[in-house]
Write a protein that binds this ligand. Structure first.
Ligand code: CO
Length: 215
């Protein structure tokens, strides 16, 4: 096989390992002992939004789940397994849903183009679009509507996390778990805190509140 970009990735890895060991010979030994990340990150799969780099954090600090448009879909076993493990075993203190302006998934939800299999995933974002159509239609440009739907989608996913029995049980147990909603700007690198954080004092609609016993 000829030397390709693919091979370069493996070379980069060797350089990275050498760099880490030069600075701290026990780096990998220490990291391999276990993880205790304080944060669960639910972000977009977009290659331009890497959780660690944009928050200045290191391996071991953020437990990461990413999918198209940072969705919390209540039938998604992958997301639920990550959430359960992060909350009940790793005992993270914060869950951050991080969306980003210019998100292709959100853009697709605002259009009618049929994209094949992914239509089914995008449909979840379309539901958020529909729920907020009155507010969005008051905005005077497509750009503003797009940006606002990115924010509203993050807010909806924060609320969807609060609807899960996993989060509600954690709140019942008074673990101090907090959920937050952020949006990252691809054009300036700045993270905007949407200030939609929820903790055990959050008021959840009665319809979604589960009767749980403190464990
Ligand atoms: Co995206």
């Amino acid at each position: 096989m000829k030397n390709t970009y693919y091979h370069q990735l493996l070379e980069n890895n060797k350089d990275w390992v050498k760099n880490k060991i030069d600075k701290d010979p026990t780096y990998f030994e220490e990291l391999s002992k276990g993880q205790k990340p304080p944060v669960l990150w639910i972000g977009c799969a977009d290659s331009r939004v890497p959780a660690n780099q944009i928050t200045g954090t290191l391996p071991g600090e953020i437990f990461v789940h990413r999918n198209i448009a940072n969705m919390v879909v209540h039938t998604d076993m992958n997301m639920l397994s990550v959430l359960d493990y992060a909350v009940n075993h790793l005992k993270v203190k914060h869950i951050i849903v991080c969306g980003h302006y210019g998100c292709g998934g959100v853009e697709a939800a605002m259009q009618n183009k049929s994209l094949g299999l992914i239509n089914k995933w995008i449909r979840n974002i379309k539901e958020v679009y529909k729920e907020n159509i009155t507010e969005l239609n008051k905005l005077d440009s497509d750009k503003k509507r797009f940006d606002r739907l990115v924010e509203l989608n993050v807010k909806a996913q924060v609320y969807d996390l609060a609807k899960t029995s996993i989060v509600q049980q954690s709140w019942k147990n008074e673990t101090g778990l907090e959920i937050h909603g952020w949006v990252y700007g691809l054009n300036d690198g700045i993270i905007k805190d949407l200030k939609v954080s929820m903790d055990s004092t959050a008021h959840l609609d009665d319809i979604f509140t589960l009767d749980l016993e403190k464990k």
